[in-house]
Design a protein around this ligand. Structure first.
Ligand code: KG4
Ligand code: ZN
Length: 363
């Protein structure tokens, strides 16, 4: 199956061309083209993504990226089987830009367009390993279902029971801020540029490498809530109060606070994942962590420790390049949709953007 995939849900414009053979059990994924333009620097001064600016940039970037792909694949219009495009969740003006572009291409090339849930893209990103030798057995990892997925990004924090390809149940979710958002807001309070996740992570790692104690004690929100939900806005407020108490910001306070914040956020994420795994018991064979925050070194280290507590459950993590938003994962999720339900290729329904699209909805 040859797929052209388009992603414009947030501040990354991305187009990829994939060839996927084999079935859902053991897909062989080849990336024939991968392009991405990040607008991160443009949004930096707003401390977050500004929707109308994102839309304008996507409109400008999409033809440039398609040109880059078609340069190496001049017959693309006849070679592909379908176009996959993100339809939600995300920023609606940004999503509509990708959808309009995909539908226009679909009409011109007489190819079906398949809507893809961005969060399913994050989940199925674990099916591809960039650095492995494509000839070796261990090339693309096998995803054994049912699985538990911890989805951690700028807009989402969810524990999802992936019962089957196409059958998802949300077991827990954030009641306010997403964890990536909390990383970004904390970074902003510390005077660090957007996106703050990687900067907080670097400072916290530096504190650990120096063998420092976690000096500032921050709360572990929802730790004893008795359910699998999260809350990160209180943690952010606790950071604000602690900073006020400390007075003038300096490098030492930045490092200590980044460490305290990361320790708290990661501890809660890992503990709720542990409880979800315990409640599912033998039902799951795999657990996945995906989304932008899965690039976090400390989170991955702690989840590896959690993996070692369970003898029969394997942890799957996306390859570094696929942790943050990209079009490869949208192509893979599009492949999953079509394998599950080939008739989707005959659908004549217009695709609609849905900023709040849930993973448990049927699209
Ligand atoms: O999945 P993603 O690229 O976009 C959304 O769909 O939201 O996630 C972006 C989020 C940002 O909040 C960013 O700060 C966070 O992922 N992030 C990290 C790290 N790298 C990216 N958070 C913590 N540690 C990191 N190393
Ligand atoms: Zn994302």
């Amino acid at each position: 199956m040859r797929i052209l995939a388009i992603e414009t849900s947030c501040d990354e414009t991305a187009i990829a061309l994939l060839e996927i053979t084999g079935g859902l059990e053991k897909p062989e994924i080849k990336v024939l083209g991968n392009t991405l333009l990040s607008q991160m620097h443009l949004h930096e001064k707003y401390g977050g993504v500004f929707p109308t600016l994102a839309k304008r940039e996507h409109q400008k970037n999409l033809p440039v990226l398609l040109e880059e792909i078609t340069k190496d694949h001049p017959q693309i219009a006849s070679e592909i089987d379908f176009i996959a495009v993100t339809s939600g969740p995300g920023l609606e003006p940004a999503l509509w830009t990708g959808i309009a572009f995909a539908e226009d291409l679909g009409k011109r090339w007489s190819k079906p367009v398949v809507p893809v849930n961005h969060m399913k893209g994050h989940i199925y990103s674990v099916l591809y390993k960039l650095e492995s030798n494509p000839k070796s057995e261990a090339s693309n990892p096998k995803l054994e279902l049912p699985a538990l997925a911890l989805l951690v990004s700028g807009g989402h924090t969810e524990l999802v029971h992936v019962k089957d390809f196409g059958n998802y149940e949300i077991m827990g979710r954030t009641r306010d801020d997403a964890v990536g958002e909390a990383f970004d807001k904390t970074a902003r309070m510390l005077g660090l540029p957007y996106p703050g996740g990687p900067r907080i992570s670097a400072l916290a790692e530096s504190s650990r490498q120096k063998g420092k104690e976690d000096k500032i004690k921050l709360p572990r929100p929802m730790f004893h809530s008795g359910d699998l939900d999260f809350s990160f806005s209180g943690l952010k407020t606790a950071v604000l109060y602690r900073l006020k108490e400390n007075g003038e910001l300096n490098d030492e306070i930045r490092e200590d606070m980044a460490r305290a914040f990361e320790d708290s956020a990661v501890e809660v994420l890992v503990e709720k994942t542990r409880r979800a795994l315990l409640s599912l018991g033998d039902e799951v064979k795999t657990f996945i962590v995906a989304g932008g925050v899965s690039a976090n070194t400390h989170l991955v280290r702690e989840l590896r420790k959690l993996e070692s507590e369970f003898s029969n459950i394997k942890l799957l993590i996306p390859t570094k390049l696929l942790t943050t938003d990209n079009a490869i994962m949208i192509g893979i999720a599009g492949f999953v949709e079509v394998e599950k339900n080939p008739r989707i290729l005959e659908s004549k329904k217009a695709i609609e953007a849905d900023g709040n699209l849930s993973i448990s909805s049927t699209q």
